[in-house]
Design a protein around this ligand. Structure first.
Ligand code: HMG
Ligand code: MG
Length: 293
């Protein structure tokens, strides 16, 4: 007999076009990115993180964010989001008609500096006006916290550090907090520890979980998170993913694997796993051997 109550549905944010493609060694044509995003929306994704309006000097792979947004076919009801690091990025994102703004910080000082050239406190100061601007523009706001389990530079991350950052983001009243296991280090017990460290601050039903799959433990962690009450996940078609500033980070939890598990458990996602698989196969053909998984 089954010892946990399944949620009726789970919301998946497809992050392949952003997290997957930001880490590719070779340039990817804008048209290929557009085809990928359109295939994902046709597969039923409710939300797609399309690109990043970060500094093109830092992430040249996504320098064409404006062109991608201009060329995608927007499926009604699908939310097209993007990463935004600062006010310069917000201005670009709003001009590109991005539906949802994703800001980002970290629970590890060293990763924060390597990723955004700012301490955690400085990154929160940088995020604050972006959140205000996005709210004024009536855009929902997601806030990522990276390295909630382990940092590629500092090792294990204390749950109290995660909680401090979460408290700051809650103070900004962002719409959604997204906890990232940036380098795919988590095992199921880490999900328990993470939830314990956030007890009283952020319930499992109130955050999104963003799992990388370096050691093939992401699906096991997703299952544990589901059992604890998490109902929102990020995943990536074909398991593409990684972060140029997180050495050792490999792909994200694969959308088709997550959907397969969820649908087998009778949990709805609205996503056609085989269509995701086809979209992933097509983009991987384009990427060739360099595909980061
Ligand atoms: P900086 O170099 O300290 O910033 O970078 P700056 O303000 O001094 O700007 C330097 C230059 O960049 C200037 O140009 C700016 O205009 C330009 P210059 O005067 O030299 O010609 N610039 C921009 N241009 C276009 N759009 C912008 C922008 N901002 C500055 N928005 C900054 C600071 C935060 C901008 C930089 O560090 C950056 O862009 N970092 C992004 C890093 C990134 O994208 N990392 C990957 C995503 S995070 C991730 O993958 C984790 C996640 O998946 C969750 C998880 O797995 O945990 C989300
Ligand atoms: Mg990531």
């Amino acid at each position: 007999m089954n010892g946990w109550t399944h949620p009726r549905g789970v919301r998946i944010t497809e992050v392949g076009p952003r997290d997957g493609l930001q880490n590719e060694a070779r340039p990817i044509a804008t048209d290929d990115k557009v085809r990928f995003v359109d295939a994902l929306s046709a597969a039923g994704c409710a939300e797609i993180e399309v690109s990043s309006f970060v500094s093109p000097k830092w992430v040249p792979q996504l320098a064409d964010a404006e062109q991608v947004f201009a060329r995608i076919s927007r499926r009604p009801g699908c939310v097209y989001s993007a990463l935004v690091p600062n006010l310069e990025g917000l201005e670009r994102a709003l001009a590109a008609r991005v539906d949802k703004i994703a800001v980002f910080t970290a629970a590890s000082e060293t990763f924060s500096r390597r990723n955004t050239n700012a301490s955690i406190a400085e990154s929160l100061d940088r995020i604050r006006p972006v959140v205000d601007g996005a709210r004024a523009a009536r855009r929902p706001i997601r806030a990522y916290v990276s390295c909630v389990v382990r940092c590629p530079y500092e090792g294990p991350v204390d749950g109290r550090a995660v909680r401090r950052v979460v408290d700051s983001l809650r103070g900004m009243a962002v719409d959604e907090i997204d906890l990232g296991d940036t380098i795919g280090a988590a095992v199921p017990d880490d999900v328990d520890r993470l939830c314990d460290s956030l007890d009283g601050a952020l319930a499992p039903s109130d955050f999104v979980l963003h799992l990388h799959d370096t050691r093939r433990t992401a699906l096991a962690c997703a299952l544990r998170a589901l059992q604890l009450g998490v109902t929102r996940f990020d995943s990536s078609a074909g398991g593409l993913g990684g972060c140029p500033f997180a050495p050792g980070a490999r792909g994200n939890l694969a959308t088709e694997d997550l959907c397969y598990m969820l649908s087998g458990c009778g949990i709805e996602t609205g996503v056609d796993a085989s269509a995701i698989g086809a979209a992933a196969a097509s983009v991987k053909r384009t990427l060739g051997d360099s595909a980061s998984r």
